[in-house]
Design a protein around this ligand. Structure first.
Ligand code: TXA
Ligand code: MG
Length: 317
């Protein structure tokens, strides 16, 4: 059921049920962080390995201090600059946070999402929510309620309506070595913006081989259709006239050819707008029975780096 009624979501969560929640990044598949059965339902419904930990969502910094032992000075600076918002901090957990949430790690990932519906929901609950993205494991994260419904149907009792997710890609995950920020996942906040607040950071590289570190799974966010990053969309289409192609473009590039379905992510070539539209457009093309979906690299500036990280992962096979 898709509903705008927050009370229905509150009741479901109080009873240990799962609810899909809108955030500014992507929809989350939420359950009570203090209800072991709800936590297990999340892993089960997503078909996600239990060694891949969950992000804790709450509504204010004073709540966060109930769940973590300390907030290093740079973490506090980032929290004050970006919360509520698409920033996830990795911090040493207090024992109140179940081991199943962190997959045994002493660190818990926490964030305060910036979405009025979900902030209002969180304030009405007596527990924080754990919420991974509301997609089956390795599929594209949903950025609207319909995508969530398509994925889970009535196996998910409640989907809270919150319109399209404005940021459209996941939060930036930041941990700390001593006080230095370590970027574990590039996301909706650019590395430049993190470094402006907290100084020079280190970025954990995305590797093509299988990686076991949580948060660094290389194959993620992938459409079922073959997904390729190409040097030139026009050259690729010209050289592959026998293929049914989906082309994701940006800026003035519009492709009007019989074998190609074109979705433009931002005619103004605005990377924020492209980010909002990326997953939904990948998902829509994925449903069209095409031979492949192609895209050119984004400019490696600001959030373009995060978008490149996502399309690179989607292209791994
Ligand atoms: O924008 C977001 O972060 C969305 C919305 C719903 O908040 N959530 C999200 O969750 O993207 P998920 O589970 O799809 O991705 C979270 C990533 C996972 O790759 C997980 O391994 C990593 O964060 N993670 C969570 N807790 C961690 C921990 N304690 N240590 C290391 N990595 C962690
Ligand atoms: Mg995810």
């Amino acid at each position: 059921m898709i509903t705008s009624n927050i009370s229905i979501a509150v009741n479901a969560l109080n009873q240990g049920e799962l609810v899909a929640i809108p955030t500014e990044t992507v929809y989350g598949l939420a359950g009570s962080a203090f209800n072991e059965q709800a936590i297990q339902k999340i892993f089960h419904l997503k078909n996600r390995p239990t060694c891949n930990p969950l992000i804790l969502h709450t509504h204010c910094i004073s709540e966060v201090s109930k769940f973590v032992k300390e907030i290093p000075p740079n973490a506090m600076k980032l929290a004050e600059a970006f919360w509520p918002g698409p920033l996830t901090l990795l911090l040493p957990k207090k024992s109140i946070i179940p081991q199943s949430v962190t997959s045994g790690s002493h660190l818990v990932a926490v964030r305060i999402p910036n979405h009025s519906v979900t902030l209002s929901l969180l304030k009405q609950l007596e527990f924080p929510l754990v919420a991974p993205s509301a997609n089956p494991y390795t599929r594209i994260s949903p950025t609207n309620s319909k995508m969530v419904y398509d994925y889970f149907g009535d196996a998910l009792p409640c989907i809270l309506e919150g319109d399209i997710c404005s940021k459209g890609i996941e939060s930036t995950i930041v941990g700390f070595h001593e006080n230095t920020p370590i970027i574990y996942r590039q996301g909706a906040i650019s590395i430049d913006a993190i470094e402006f607040i907290a100084g020079k950071s280190k970025v954990q590289a995305t590797k093509k081989e299988k990686v076991t570190t949580p948060g660094m799974s290389p194959m993620h966010y992938a459409p079922k259709t073959k997904f390729c990053i190409v040097d030139s969309i026009l050259d690729f289409i010209y050289e592959n006239r026998d293929l049914k192609i989906g082309a994701l473009t940006i800026g003035k590039l519009e492709v009007n050819l019989p074998n190609t379905t074109n979705i433009n992510l931002s005619i103004a070539a605005d990377l924020e707008e492209a980010s909002t539209n990326l997953y939904k457009s990948m998902y829509d093309l994925d449903g069209m029975g095409l031979d492949c979906i192609i895209i050119e690299q984004f400019p490696e500036i600001g959030i373009g780096k995060s978008l490149n990280d996502r399309i690179l992962r989607a292209s791994f096979r």
